[in-house]
Design a protein around this ligand. Structure first.
Ligand code: ZN
Length: 84
C-alpha cells in the first residue's frame, strides 16, 4: 500500500486527527463532508472524521438523512483545501 507520511500542516501542533465516532480514539483516515439543508446554506460543508472502522457507520448515519455529500480520504481532503 502506498502511504506516504502526511505533512503536519495543521496549525498549533495539534495531535493526530481523531475519528468523530462516539468513544472512538482511532486516527481518522476519512473525511465525510455533509450538509443539513435545514441548518446550512447549500455550499456549506460540515465535516466528520472517521477511522477505517467507522466510515461505514458514520456515512450511513448521514446518508439516511440525506446529509452526506462526499467521502474522501483525509489526504485528498487536505490536498483539496490546502490551496485556500
Ligand atoms: Zn472510529
Amino acid at each position: 500500500m502506498n502511504s506516504p507520511d502526511l505533512p503536519d500542516s495543521t496549525a498549533g501542533g495539534d495531535a493526530a486527527v481523531i475519528c468523530s465516532a462516539k468513544g472512538c480514539r482511532a486516527a481518522a483516515v476519512w473525511v465525510l463532508a455533509w450538509n443539513n439543508p435545514k441548518l446550512h446554506t447549500p455550499d456549506r460543508r460540515k465535516t466528520w472524521l472517521a477511522c477505517e472502522e467507522h466510515r461505514e457507520h458514520l456515512s450511513q448515519f448521514l446518508g439516511v438523512r440525506g446529509f452526506l455529500k462526499d467521502v474522501v480520504t483525509l489526504q485528498e481532503w487536505e490536498a483539496s483545501t490546502a490551496g485556500k
